[in-house]
Design a protein around this ligand. Sequence first.
Ligand SMILES: Cc1cc2nc3c(=O)[nH]c(=O)nc-3n(C[C@H](O)[C@H](O)[C@H](O)COP(=O)(O)OP(=O)(O)OC[C@H]3O[C@@H](n4cnc5c(N)ncnc54)[C@H](O)[C@@H]3O)c2cc1C
Length: 264
Amino acid sequence: MDKVSKIEPVVIKLAETKLDLEGVQKFMEKYNATDWFERVRPTQANDSEFLIELSGRACYKSYGAGLNPNVVKIREDSRSYLTNVLEKGDGSILEHATVTFAFLNVSRVFTHEVVRHRAGTAMSQESLRYVRPREISLWLPPDLEKVSKEFQDAVKEIERQYHELESKFDWDKMPFEQKKRVTSALRRILPDGIATNIIWTANHRTLRWVIEMRTHPSAEVEIRKVFDQVAEICIRDYPILYSDFSKTQLADQTFQYTPKFSKV
Ligand SMILES: Cc1cc2nc3c(=O)[nH]c(=O)nc-3n(C[C@H](O)[C@H](O)[C@H](O)COP(=O)(O)OP(=O)(O)OC[C@H]3O[C@@H](n4cnc5c(N)ncnc54)[C@H](O)[C@@H]3O)c2cc1C
């Protein structure tokens, strides 16, 4: 059961939104809001949540009472401000900050599903036109545990036939353009489950929605496993933005993450 059972989907956080503090300070001066900045920044070191709050407050100049003569009272702390944003469903300001993940050892079943989320996402997937696989690695879905031997045999047989077809071409003599065409033609016999990698970026409005949809019990098991990891990272790193999510264990040991405020 070597290369079938050992493959597990892995989530790595690669990047997130970072403030340009010099620019933020300049902006605060223009808004006469340096008091707000100096008071809030030490309590809110999380760049993503800070940027979202700063952007939202720009709408009403609500960095302090009286900056906008119509505003006599403001929500003082970040938690109450951002929770109110979620409660009211003013999710557009959550689009200012993004997170980039690497999803490794995921299947093309997974990538086909994740790319359906179009709003607020960016993705770069390993190309099977350019990359000619040496071996076929697959994650073994738990529902196939009891036929794992047969599953692995089927994978080995596909791999054998793939290499047999591949060997009919003289790759060393082919120009790169032709290699690309033949590699792409050959991928048609590869299984949907073949392990691949995709880099995926999403803003926080999208992330909240995709976590909710893709950890729901009706979603496919692999995407639930991946978004369980995504949810844990988001709850850990953006504690206010994801504070309304609750976690329930499902029968297959994955978790469903449900927000109090859905689809902000
Ligand atoms: C359990 C499950 C089963 C599924 N089964 C199938 C299936 O059998 N067949 C199938 O084809 N798909 C299936 N899907 C995919 C599903 O139909 C959606 O395409 C996918 O989940 C993307 O979600 P979304 O539509 O919310 O789009 P996202 O891109 O995540 O967009 C988020 C929200 O933005 C808004 N939005 C986005 N784009 C537009 C737009 N162009 N116009 C107006 N509003 C927009 C919508 O409110 C949308 O909900 C399934 C999904 C799940 C979770």
